[in-house]
Ligand binder design. Structure first.
Ligand code: ATP
Ligand code: MG
Length: 308
């Protein structure tokens, strides 16, 4: 795999004693959109901040395009752009000046055409002379994105880009993210929402309590998430699955008391209705039915939806 970011055995303990990252290893592929999903306090911002050189790592190694983020800090910072979770920019500057200044900081020559393009893409062009302090929250967020793109980074981090953002900005942002990906930029974003990760990302990583729980291709993850089981407790034990059920993915527990049916909850037709009808026709009586979710879905529900 061609990794543009390679994180190896990264741990971080803040001065407060908080273990924010525990032995995290993760590779980000060149050119992908990667969503880091996890509840509040999981360690998402800490991980991103370390890669971007804002927070010191405790132990471990991080390479960005083959360069060590500690010993080759200037090089790695120049290829990385960060849209931070919190608004942090000089609010008394104008929109255009902030972007030009940021570009200059990275030693890039002025390029008015590029700056105009980014500001237009973010619907900020008519505000280029406006002081940031006078902008609304959503507009300030657009400025942060413009600022992060000022030096034409090859890797863009977006930390909670859609928190508190309206539909229009979200749409602009996703269009921009897709456009950047097409031009070869690698994008890593954090989110609390599985739906959002599913919409935009190529791969999804789940982090909780400072540990990466899983990293999976979006489509594989969707398939796994959709897999459910229906358990039918039989009134009378049977020794094998009767004839006439071959089209159903059925298993019989060794005690002969339970039929387990695997189905895809995402499919339009789960097959449950057909199975129940067939059981009735064949005189297989059952006393109880229950459905279990895949363990992955349990992880999601517990960790992500309920916040844990
Ligand atoms: N500067 C800091 N000093 C001490 N502890 C910190 C600091 N920053 C973060 N933490 C702690 O480290 C843990 C991870 O925090 P982090 O901000 O990385 O989580 P997160 O996944 O980004 O959460 P959120 O979804 O709320 O943004 C938390 O327990 C947090 O309280
Ligand atoms: Mg965060």
């Amino acid at each position: 795999m061609d990794a543009i970011i390679s994180v190896k055995n990264l741990s971080k303990t803040y001065a407060s004693g908080q273990h924010a990252l525990k032995n995290v290893s993760l590779d980000i592929r060149r050119g992908e959109i990667f969503a880091l999903l996890g509840p509040n306090g999981a360690g998402k911002t800490t991980l991103i901040s370390i890669i971007c050189g804002i927070v010191n790592p405790g132990s471990g190694i991080v390479l960005a395009d083959g360069h060590d983020i500690i010993t080759e800090y200037r090089k790695t910072r120049s290829i990385i752009g960060l849209v931070p979770q919190e608004l942090t920019t000089d609010v008394f500057e104008s929109v255009g000046a902030t972007m030009s200044f940021s570009r200059g900081l990275f030693g890039k020559p002025p390029d008015d055409a590029y700056i105009e393009k980014v500001l237009r893409d973010l619907s900020l062009w008519d505000r280029k002379d406006t002081k940031i302090i006078t902008l609304s929250g959503g507009m300030k967020r657009r400025v942060l994105i413009a600022k992060a793109l000022a030096h034409e980074p090859r890797i863009l981090f977006l930390d909670e880009p859609t928190a508190g953002v309206d539909v229009e900005l979200r749409r602009d942002m996703w269009n921009m993210v897709r456009g950047l990906r097409e031009s070869g930029v690698t994008i890593i974003l954090t989110t609390h929402y599985i739906e959002e990760a599913e919409q935009i990302a190529d791969r999804i990583g789940i982090i909780n309590h400072g540990e990466i729980i899983l990293v999976e291709d979006k489509h594989t993850l969707k398939r796994k998430l959709g897999r459910r089981q229906l358990k039918l407790t039989l009134r009378n034990p049977i020794s094998r699955i009767p004839e006439g059920f071959s089209e159903f993915k059925l298993e019989l527990t060794p005690d002969g008391m339970t039929l387990v049916f695997d189905f895809d909850a995402n499919a339009g037709e789960t097959g449950i209705a057909g199975l129940l009808k067939r059981l009735d026709e064949r005189g297989v009586d059952f006393s109880d039915v229950n459905s279990s979710e895949s363990s992955l879905e349990e992880i999601f529900v517990n960790l992500v939806r309920n916040g844990n």
